[in-house]
Design a binder for this molecule. Structure first.
Ligand code: ZN
Length: 324
């Protein structure tokens, strides 16, 4: 009988103890601007946060148009993580209409940005219309250009990825101090993985002779990759994706490919494959597959994480460049 009473008491205490759990800090609601940041945040937060991305897998952040669901998502968020460097021109208006009280984190803060000299840099003779502040310039076909002063694609250098992760971890630790140790420890082990991946990418690409390391891809998303890993990227579209290149630009690129015997040609997972299909037809070159540049693949695809993106991109680049 005594035992039963004791059991009853402990059960009652057990039940009484339950509401105390609700007083633990609630899970952080993290919203990121695009999928690569969502994956980084997940590596830092583990199961301590719910993470959603405004621009999803295989989608193009350059030309994203937020809808009412995005406003609602942002209104609820504790932390908003963005790339910065002009990658999310739609964000200021979105944050204002969501009346967001979220802590803003610019993941690229502290990165050494690559400055854009011109909307595209393939040595065109015509300089008209290329304003240097890129405020509301139009390209020669009259399409409005997305304003950019810096190249935003800094995550394509894994050393910059390390900076992104540190910024994300610091912000989470500040917003949720109870779990700060966990976030910082998660970040450090993830950073170790990114550093190893960086060395691997350098070594793999480094085996190819320099003159073979040339690639054609849809838009200028790989300038940081180019600098970090020693591959020259040429693209017909320039830095944004909002406008199509002119026939003249395409023709010049095709000429250059023939002259320099470049056979490595790639599609990107976000954006329109039409241009690359035209070039492939013109040159009779088969494309080398898909590069993941500005977005991850869906889960189950070839690049569902930031790490998987490099593990996919590096070997397909090397395979195609060997044919140059
Ligand atoms: Zn891009």
């Amino acid at each position: 009988m005594k035992h039963l009473l004791a059991l009853c008491i402990s059960l009652a205490l057990g039940l009484a103890a339950l509401p105390a759990r609700a007083e633990e800090p609630a899970q952080l609601k993290i919203v990121t601007s695009f999928s690569i940041l969502a994956d980084m945040a997940k590596n830092v937060a583990g199961s301590r946060a719910s993470i959603t991305s405004l621009v999803g897998p295989d989608a193009d952040a350059h030309v994203f148009e937020p809808g009412p669901a995005d406003v609602a998502m942002l209104a609820e968020a504790d932390i908003l993580i963005i790339n910065g460097l002009g990658f999310e021109p739609w964000l200021v208006r979105l944050a204002a209409s969501a009346k967001s009280k979220a802590k803003f984190v610019t993941a690229s803060y502290g990165v050494k940005p690559i400055e854009l000299e011109e909307p595209h840099h393939h040595g065109h003779g015509h300089s008209h219309g290329h304003t240097h502040n890129h405020g509301h310039s139009h390209d020669k076909d009259g399409h409005p250009k997305v304003p950019h002063d810096f190249d935003p694609h800094a995550w394509q250098d894994l050393r910059n990825g390390v900076i992104y992760v540190r910024n994300i971890a610091d912000a989470l630790a500040e917003k949720d101090p109870a779990n700060a140790t966990l976030y910082l420890a998660n970040a450090e082990s993830y950073i170790t993985e990114l550093k190893k991946l960086h060395e691997w990418a350098r070594a793999e690409i480094g085996r190819l002779p320099t003159e073979k390391r040339k690639v054609i891809t849809t838009h200028d998303a790989f300038a940081y990759f180019s600098k970090a890993y020693g591959v020259e990227f040429l693209s017909p579209a320039g830095i944004g994706t909002a406008s199509d290149p002119s026939a003249e630009t395409l023709a010049r690129l095709v000429d250059q490919m023939r002259r320099e015997n470049i056979r490595a040609l790639f599609m990107e997972n976000m954006g329109n494959p039409r241009m690359m299909e035209t070039i492939a037809r013109e040159t009779g070159i088969e494309d080398g597959g898909t590069l993941y540049s500005d977005a991850l693949s869906a889960p189950g695809g070839p690049a569902p994480t930031y790490v998987a993106m490099f593990r996919h991109n590096v070997p397909v680049l090397i395979e195609a460049m060997q044919k140059n």
